[in-house]
Write a protein that binds this ligand. Structure first.
Ligand code: DX5
Ligand code: ZN
Length: 220
């Protein structure tokens, strides 16, 4: 099972309903990047605006919270209709507690790790996770180069999920995913792919998503 999640970070923010409509028929989830200008040096949406997008989206929303003090700052998002909430390990004091709270509210609970964070740091969280996000760029901006050297982390996570009975947990990559790099990520074991600029900088966003899916599915 392959999932493609377009990120609207590089879409036209003034015309979001229109931008989302372009990809709605061919995507699995909409990836919403929330940045607070503290955890990362960029700002995207405050909670109010993020909520508007979540509630107005035709697609289930995969919220990627790049925000500091996630233990408390992520809590308002539990009241939205987000399908999945991802918090950064580096932004949590007590990730296990926060993940349990996310799950208790009927949402998929996910943890993300930045490029400098070792995959071993999330091993003990596996039973509390519905998705692992291995960042393949430094979080903060779209349009960066895919980091091939993150693939060993994806391979390790895939091995844990398969060998330790967590086959239902999704394994996501985010950053620099395009028509060349998606195959590498799939080969390493990812099954859920965020794609931003390659989709929304194209004149045919839906066509790009179909091509990404075809390429990922071609990897056995
Ligand atoms: C980066 C964000 C990504 C970004 C991906 O911090 O988390 O979701 O939008 O954009 P591309 O696909 O352009 O790297
Ligand atoms: Zn993201």
């Amino acid at each position: 099972m392959i999932r493609i999640c377009p990120s609207i970070l590089n879409a036209n923010f003034d015309e979001l309903p229109n931008e989302i409509a372009k990809v709605a028929q061919v995507s699995d989830l909409l990836h919403l990047d929330v940045m607070d200008n503290k955890f990362v040096p960029n700002f995207t949406f405050d909670f109010e605006r993020a909520t508007e997008i979540i509630e107005g989206s035709q697609l289930p929303v995969d919220v990627h919270l790049m925000i500091a003090n996630a233990d408390t700052e992520a809590l308002p998002y539990l009241d939205t209709s987000a399908a999945s909430i991802t918090v950064h390990l580096e932004a949590c004091e007590n990730p296990l507690k926060l993940l349990s709270e996310i799950r208790a509210r009927g949402k998929r609970a996910a943890i993300a790790i930045k490029p400098a964070t070792a995959i071993d740091e999330i091993k003990e969280l596996l039973p509390a996770l519905d998705m692992i996000l291995v960042m393949t760029v430094e979080p903060g901006f779209g349009g960066q180069k895919f980091m091939d050297d993150m693939m060993p982390k994806v391979e390790t996570a895939r091995r844990w999920l398969d060998e330790e009975g967590f086959g239902a947990t999704w394994l996501q990559v985010d950053g620099g995913v395009n028509l060349e790099t998606i195959s590498k990520a799939k080969r390493a074991g990812a099954d859920t792919f965020v794609a931003g600029s390659v989709v929304f900088k194209s004149p045919d966003p839906a066509g790009v998503i179909e091509n990404l899916r075809r390429l990922a599915m071609a990897v056995k």
